[in-house]
Design a protein around this ligand. Structure first.
Ligand code: GLV
Length: 305
């Protein structure tokens, strides 16, 4: 029984140490596999070309929070996404940063600074800014708590009712989607990418936001309809956007997004999985599978998250 490690070289020694301290075997890279039948777990971002090559594979562990980049699993193979407080806190930090940037008009001030323009605009209190969080899972809940602590007027939208236990944050159901959007001056997207959420950030959604709303996107590039975003920025329906994800990635140098002063781009860095946290998650998965216990980060493969 061995875990096949297919992640970055920098992470490999950390994983090897943590797994070997726990008595587990790690194979570093497909080139090092002598007998595919030994491989019982695969930890990867980019999966092997042929998962069917491993007859005893029991689980694939995504070294990130998302799993939309992975192919359908062969029958009987579980899928786990890395649950790590570090990933969640990093995304929370990025969203708080992006929210403050839009709240305090940073796209405007960065643009003014390029032409050495000293011009002030009215400052609003955080309590006068309504933030809406699309996706109230673990990260959404964390973001909601931090933005509430900063004084923002926060609400969430949840299909499953997640986050409904948060005292200070109203959570809207899908049947109240338009009411939720109508009170989102800043909309934060933290949704997983599934067949149902692909393209969800489109003209009809933007039209339901208050005029001049801002978009903060740390989901996936495919959530966002790019022509609709451009049209919404042009019409003023959206005033600005901060995007950590695009389609495609990397974003080509000539893409209009790079050149639009109302858009701030970061290159998919909201979170990076810490090597030790990732390895400890993998170890917890291996142990749980072996003992028949609930598998941490187990993905419902029908739902896609
Ligand atoms: C990054 O986007 C991840 O899924 O961890």
């Amino acid at each position: 029984m061995a875990l096949l490690f297919l992640s970055t070289p920098a992470r490999a020694p950390v994983w090897r140490q943590i797994l070997s301290d726990a008595g587990e075997t790690m194979i570093d890279g497909e080139g090092a596999v002598t007998d595919p039948a030994l491989v019982t777990e695969i930890a990867c971002w980019t999966p092997p070309e042929d998962l069917g090559r491993y007859p005893n594979l029991r689980v694939v562990i995504s070294v990130g929070a998302g799993v939309d980049h992975l192919p359908p699993m062969p029958p009987g193979v579980a899928l786990s996404r890395t649950l790590a407080p570090g990933i969640e806190a990093m995304v929370r930090d990025w969203v708080v940063m992006a929210t403050l940037m839009l709240h305090r008009d940073m796209p405007v001030y960065l643009d003014q600074a390029r032409s050495r323009l000293w011009r002030t605009h009215p400052v609003r209190a955080a309590s006068a800014r309504r933030v809406g969080i699309l996706g109230m899972g673990r990260i959404g809940g964390l973001v909601a708590g931090s933005l509430t602590a900063l004084g923002f007027d926060v609400a969430g939208l949840s299909r499953s009712g997640a986050g409904a236990d948060m005292d200070s944050v109203p959570v809207f159901g899908m049947d109240q989607r338009d009411a939720f959007l109508a009170r989102s001056d800043l909309l934060v997207c933290l949704l997983p990418l599934t067949g149902e959420t692909e393209g969800i950030l489109d003209a009809s959604l933007f039209a339901a936001l208050p005029k001049g709303a801002g978009l903060i996107h740390a989901g996936r590039g495919k959530h966002l309809n790019m022509p609709d975003l451009q049209a919404a920025l042009t019409s003023g329906q959206l005033s600005a956007a901060v995007l950590d994800v695009t389609e495609p990635e990397p974003l080509p140098p000539g893409h209009w997004l790079w050149h639009d002063p109302r858009v701030i781009i970061t290159p998919h860095i909201a979170a990076q999985t810490d090597a030790a946290e990732g390895a400890r998650h993998a170890l917890a998965v291996i142990r749980a599978m072996r003992q028949g216990l609930p598998v941490p980060g187990l993905v419902n493969q029908d739902k896609g998250y």
